[in-house]
Structures are given as structure tokens and as C-alpha cells.
Write a protein that binds this ligand. Structure first.
Ligand SMILES: CC(C)(COP(=O)(O)OP(=O)(O)OC[C@H]1O[C@@H](n2cnc3c(N)ncnc32)[C@H](O)[C@@H]1OP(=O)(O)O)[C@@H](O)C(=O)NCCC(=O)NCCS
Length: 168
């Protein structure tokens, strides 16, 4: 299905009232992207990481850009950038693209690109990390001019997961 057959997609800055939908969508996208089956560890991680309270704080934080994509007033994705976070592997970049999530039925329709564009508008130079196994996201960022600058690690319980540090 293409955007032409879908409800109109819009992108805007998040507001406090988006906090619950942001938390719910985050849990769905994170689990479907990174897991096969839900362990107690994974459940505790998403339930503590993606809470309405955290998104409420982000929506009101001065050092953050939180952009949401909507279809018929329903959340379908978001981008979260934090300003003033330096990454030694990407000199000159001082804004981290912390999260870019699109709900699966709306992927490959330009929503991620629209969110990245909106998130980039306020920020000079972005850097980000992406799971090395996440080939779809790597292709997406490559298309948008990001290149690999180095490696970092995401640690969860006893697991260490290789992340690539990207910049452009
Ligand atoms: C990665 C993600 C944000 C991309 O968003 P999206 O809305 O699907 O991306 P777009 O439709 O704007 O795609 C833009 C370009 O990225 C590339 N791309 C996107 N999905 C792709 C795929 N499945 N295979 C190959 N290339 C892909 C293509 O070059 C595409 O351009 P094209 O459709 O004209 O060929 C989205 O797939 C997503 O949220 N995935 C789950 C969560 C995730 O992995 N987030 C990133 C964590 S760092």
C-alpha cells in the first residue's frame, strides 16, 4: 500500500498529551525490531524505558526535539533528538538522534524520512547509533548520507549488542 491510499500523514512537535501513545508505540516497535519472544528481562526493560512519564518530561524538555508522525490523529512514528550530546567519533556533531521509530504498517512510505527531516531541521549535525544487525535501518541511514564512524555497545543483562556509530 502506498501513501496515496492512506490517510494523510502529518508531522508536528510532540505535546504532553502524546505521552501515552509514544510509550505504547515505543514498546511495540522496540520489541518487534529487536526480539523474538519476550523474556522477563526484555519486558522489564521496555516497561521501565518507555513510560508516559518519561515522554511527558521529554515533550517539555528544552534540550530535546521530539517530532511525531500522525495518520488520522493516530501516532505512527516519532523522532527524538537530544541537543548538546557530543560523540568523539563524530567530531562537530553535537545532537544525538536517540530514537527514530515508525510503526510497521507505515514503514517504507516515507514516514521515517519525513521525521528525520523534521528532526534535522532544528539541528546542525546529527550522530546516532544503530544496532549492527539492523540492516533495514542501516540502509535507511545510508540513503540519508550517514556513514559508519565507529562502534559502541548496548548492554542489557548479560548480553552485549554491537552498535555502529553513524554520522554525516
Ligand atoms: C528504519 C525506519 C525508521 C525507516 O523508516 P521508513 O519510514 O520505513 O523509511 P522510508 O520509507 O522513509 O525509507 C527511506 C529509504 O530508506 C531505505 N529503506 C527503508 N526501508 C528499507 C528496507 N526495508 N530495505 C531497504 N531499504 C530501505 C530506502 O532507501 C528508502 O527509500 P526508497 O523507499 O525510496 O527506496 C523504520 O523502518 C523503522 O522504524 N524500523 C523499526 C525501528 C528501527 O529500526 N529504528 C531505527 C533504530 S536506529
Amino acid at each position: 500500500m502506498t501513501l496515496a491510499t492512506r490517510p494523510e500523514i502529518s508531522v508536528r512537535a510532540a505535546v504532553a498529551a502524546d505521552a501515552h501513545t509514544l510509550a505504547a508505540l515505543s514498546i511495540q516497535v522496540w520489541l518487534s525490531t529487536y526480539t523474538e519472544g519476550v523474556s522477563d528481562l526484555l519486558a522489564r526493560h521496555v516497561m521501565s524505558e518507555f513510560t508516559p512519564q518519561k515522554f511527558l518530561a521529554l515533550a517539555e524538555a528544552p534540550d530535546v526535539s521530539l517530532q511525531v508522525a500522525l495518520a488520522d490523529e493516530r501516532l505512527i512514528g516519532y523522532a527524538f533528538v537530544r541537543y548538546g550530546v557530543r560523540q568523539p567519533l563524530v567530531p562537530g556533531a553535537d545532537s544525538e538522534l536517540c530514537t527514530l521509530y515508525v510503526q510497521e504498517p507505515f514503514t517504507r512510505s516515507g514516514v521515517g524520512s519525513a521525521l528525520l527531516h523534521a528532526a534535522s531541521a532544528d539541528n546542525g549535525k546529527l550522530w546516532l547509533t544503530v544496532n549492527a544487525q539492523n540492516l533495514r535501518a542501516r540502509r535507511f541511514y545510508e540513503k540519508h548520507g550517514f556513514v559508519v564512524k565507529g562502534t559502541s555497545w548496548f548492554v542489557l543483562g548479560a548480553g552485549r549488542h554491537e552498535n555502529l556509530v553513524l554520522g554525516r
